[in-house]
Ligand binder design. Structure first.
Ligand code: HEC
Ligand code: HEC
Length: 210
């Protein structure tokens, strides 16, 4: 009897600890809120109109709605990892993704400026022609000459250069792996750090053709 009691007591405390652990994610679970309210969360880092000014944060304005929704889904599932978005996305319910993506896709992308015009000029050549010696294809072949993208390839024009550089490094080092058929990983792994920096510096100067 005594033995049995100990086992039950042991189980009770263990079960208590387990229940506590299970409660944590349950408490953090997303609850859908209206778009207006949710946008306040995004605005702190991506600006109300999606034209983020913090260098590490991407401009979301004018990106294709399907691209945006899929990135949110990938952050949620862990197919795309980033420390900061990983703390934000658990608060957002999947049912909100479509409206958030639609909202940011309809905002006008702001122009950017470079502080390194010489570097940007080197980047232009890579963007327009690729790098023949190392079989890097022209970025313009997929992302358009003005970087405006298509419904298949994301918009790049005016994007924050630090963000662009980080993404190219992430593709190159296999940290970002949510590009279908490894398209961008194949491009970025053929580029050295200086080439990545140059092309990112050119991308910020791109303005959408009128
Ligand atoms: C605390 C700052 C912060 C907040 C709040 C935040 N984000 Fe982000 N977001 C980031 C950072 C940093 C990245 C870049 C991630 C990376 O480098 O991979 C990012 C990336 C993204 C991307 C990927 C864009 C691309 O071009 O691939 C999307 C989409 C996005 N955020 C949407 C949102 C939405 C929608 C909200 C509001 C629900 C939000 N974010 C709130 C910091 C934030
Ligand atoms: C064969 C087509 C193709 C070529 C060529 C290409 N890209 Fe991409 N790129 C893509 C696709 C597809 C994605 C979207 C990946 C995803 O779905 O997450 C992408 C995504 C990106 C992103 C991330 C955008 C964001 O908002 O997070 C950057 C930056 C980028 N490409 C830069 C470049 C640069 C610079 C070059 C040239 C050196 C280039 N790409 C060449 C197809 C291409």
């Amino acid at each position: 009897m005594k033995h049995n009691y100990k086992r039950i007591a042991g189980c009770l405390s263990l079960c208590g600890a387990l229940a506590g652990l299970l409660l944590l994610p349950a408490m953090a679970r997303a609850e859908a809120v209206p778009l207006e309210e949710r946008l306040q969360l995004c605005a702190g880092c991506h600006n109300p109109d999606g034209n983020s000014i913090i260098p590490e944060n991407p401009k979301l304005a004018g990106l294709d709605a399907k691209y945006l929704a899929r990135q949110l889904k990938d952050f949620k599932s862990g197919d795309r990892t980033n420390e900061i978005m990983a703390t934000i996305i658990p608060m957002v319910d999947e049912s909100e993704f479509k409206a958030l993506a639609q909202y940011f896709s309809e905002q006008k992308r702001s122009d950017g400026v470079t502080e390194k015009p010489d570097l940007a000029a080197q980047g232009k050549q890579i963007f327009d022609e690729g790098i023949i010696g190392s079989a890097v294809p022209a970025c313009s072949g997929c992302h358009n000459e003005d970087g405006s993208g298509t419904n298949k390839y994301p918009r790049l024009n005016g994007q924050n250069p630090v963000y662009v550089k980080n993404q190219l490094m992430n593709f190159k080092n296999g940290i970002r792996t949510n590009d279908a058929k490894s398209v961008m990983r194949a491009v970025a792994k053929r580029m050295n750090d200086a080439e990545i920096e140059a092309v990112a510096e050119y991308i910020v100067t791109l303005k959408e053709a009128q």
